[in-house]
Ligand binder design. Structure first.
Ligand code: G16
Length: 547
């Protein structure tokens, strides 16, 4: 009965949920039972993994302040295995029904994965972003953890999403091999995050011979938790304090989160966020609300805005690592590739394949898909969504090869430096998931090493004009796609109409997909000219609305 009382405290009915692009997301009001259910599922997941630490992040990232969400992070810091998403959805929806339905769903899950709750132990680390609903939803989550029993949970308080991914993975070092170790939580403190990445930065700067940033950097932190963490990590650090300014840093003002600022605003509107002046020298970047995305931009001498989005980050890094692999003489032994989604600008894909001659792979939206593809296909896998969400992953085998070469083979100074740099960049980049802070540091390090201005970076290729629109429809679930989301299979007949609209435009490309984080359908269009890209987006928008 006590267990049921715990459940009832957080019980609400009326909504149906689905574990989407990045976990459960919706307006925060109805999420309490979902949080309770996630406490239970995360506990069972950890038991299933023999007590390995599982992470839980309470965030709605780029979405508006009134939204919230939650996702489960597996022990290596990657997103929860996809086969469990269905189980999480079933338990979450049963928690919105009744206590009986909930207990039944939990039993079914435990039976299907072979977990006996009374006999097993689970460990969870949890964190939340700066949203006002965070503390309430955390309580619902912790009640779920208590309900499942035998689960130890540690609350990190407020973190960025990539910090939580990183700390969850670090908590399992040693544990993944030694199943008997059960040191109490937290096994790793937040400072480990700062120390790890700053130490890699310092080593890179020493080897590459730079002792300051190439130009001033303005960071728009979207009034999110990234502001607090940048302040802690960089603003008192001698390397950064002179040249880094932080704007939109009011993370206590929950209503300002992602409002007229942040990575999503800048990418979608292709203009400066509030608080950043076009006349400011140097380079600017914008994080999103939980600092897992970053885009860069600058204004030229004629005050024209230039966006350096996720595609430009991927191409810069692909060019950089390709050169380092060649300098190190290991281009035949270590494979390099880029993973993109349908949102990647056509010019970026052409540049990577034709100019850099690096293979490109395309997956559906969602870093979980890109991450998986990058890890399984390449030794050095660079993945970025155009919205700035991405990272670089390095296979342990490739890193070992590079380390062996560095230690055992006679290599010239040029190759030696290249080997050292690749190894150090693998430590500077948070490989568990896209991370605005470490991606920003990696890009700044590359620009410093290449001695490139933002203009030089931008001039590598020219984006095709493009437009992204959000369309609110009565039921987004009818929009089903195939071919890495590039074509609709449902509603019937709509794709043929879109194809006809595309054919009327020079170098036209457009696609439609249902968002997995918002109640809307997204339309992307690109074409040879801005006018045509906008016309195509408008026409497809109209087709979607009037379907
Ligand atoms: C999440 C995902 C991203 C995805 C974005 C938008 O980002 O992690 O991979 O691109 O949602 O997804 P959708 O178009 O399905 O709404 P974030 O930054 O919100 O966590």
């Amino acid at each position: 009965m006590e267990d049921q009382a715990l459940f009832e405290q957080h019980h609400k009915t009326g909504q149906t949920f689905s574990y989407g692009t990045a976990g459960f997301r919706s307006k925060s009001d109805g999420l309490d039972p979902v949080m309770f259910a996630v406490g239970v599922v995360a506990g069972i997941r950890s038991m299933f993994l023999e007590g390995s630490v599982v992470g839980v992040m309470i965030t709605a990232s780029h979405n508006p302040p009134e939204d919230n969400g939650v996702k489960i992070v597996d022990p290596r810091g990657e997103m929860m295995e996809q086969s469990w998403e269905k189980l999480a959805t079933q338990v979450a929806n049963s928690a919105c029904e009744s206590y009986e339905a909930f207990c039944h769903a939990v039993s079914v899950v435990c039976m299907s994965v072979g977990v006996k709750r009374s006999a097993m132990k689970g460990r969870i680390v949890v964190a939340r972003d700066s949203r006002a609903s965070g503390p309430r939803l955390l309580q619902a989550f912790l009640a779920g953890v208590k309900w499942v029993g035998n689960v130890e949970a540690y609350d990190y308080g407020t973190l960025t999403t990539p910090q939580l991914h990183f700390l969850a993975s670090q908590s399992n070092i040693g544990k993944l091999e030694d199943k008997t170790s059960a040191a109490p939580l937290p096994r790793v403190h937040e400072t480990a995050y700062y120390d790890t990445f700053l130490s890699a930065w310092t080593s890179i700067a020493q080897i590459a011979g730079f002792d300051s940033l190439p130009y001033p950097v303005t960071i728009d932190a979207a009034n999110g938790i990234g502001a607090a963490k940048v302040r802690e990590m960089l603003l008192n650090h001698p390397f950064f304090q002179k040249d880094v300014s932080l704007v939109n840093a009011d993370w206590h003002a929950a209503a300002l989160l992602n409002h007229q600022c942040g990575a999503d605003f800048v990418k979608t509107n292709q203009r400066l966020p509030q608080g950043v002046e076009g006349s400011r020298a140097g380079i600017n970047c914008s994080f999103d609300g939980d600092a897992d995305r970053v885009v860069f931009y600058f204004c030229d001498s004629e005050a024209k805005f230039h966006l350096l989005d996720g595609d430009k980050l991927a191409t810069l890094l692909a060019r950089f690592f390709k050169t380092l692999l060649e300098d190190a003489g290991v281009q035949e032994q270590v494979s390099l590739g880029v993973v993109q989604t349908a949102y990647a600008n056509g010019s970026s894909t052409a540049y990577i394949e034709r100019i850099l001659q690096v293979p490109v792979s395309c997956t559906p939206t969602g870093v979980k898909h890109l991450h998986h593809e990058a890890v399984t296909r390449f030794d050095i896998g660079i993945y970025f969504e155009a919205n700035g969400h991405g990272t670089v992953v390095f296979s342990p085998q490739a890193l070992q090869k590079l380390q062996d070469k560095l230690e055992t083979v006679e290599v010239g100074p040029h190759a030696h430096r290249a080997l050292q740099l690749i190894l150090l960049f693998s430590k500077l980049i948070n490989q568990t998931v896209g991370d605005a802070i470490t991606d920003m540091l990696a890009i700044l390090a590359v620009l410093s090493i290449l001695k490139w201005s933002p203009e030089t970076w931008d001039s590598e290729y020219t984006d095709l004009p493009n437009k992204l629109v959000k369309v609110v429809v009565p039921d987004r679930t009818i929009f089903k796609t195939t071919n890495a989301e590039r074509q609709l299979t449902s509603p019937p007949g709509l794709q043929a109409k879109i194809d006809a609209a595309i054919a009327r435009v020079l170098r036209g490309r457009s696609f439609v997909r249902a968002s997995g984080t918002e109640d809307a359908v997204r339309v992307y269009a690109e074409a040879a000219t801005e006018t045509e890209a906008h016309l195509l987006a408008k026409e497809v928008d109209e087709l979607v609305r009037t379907y």
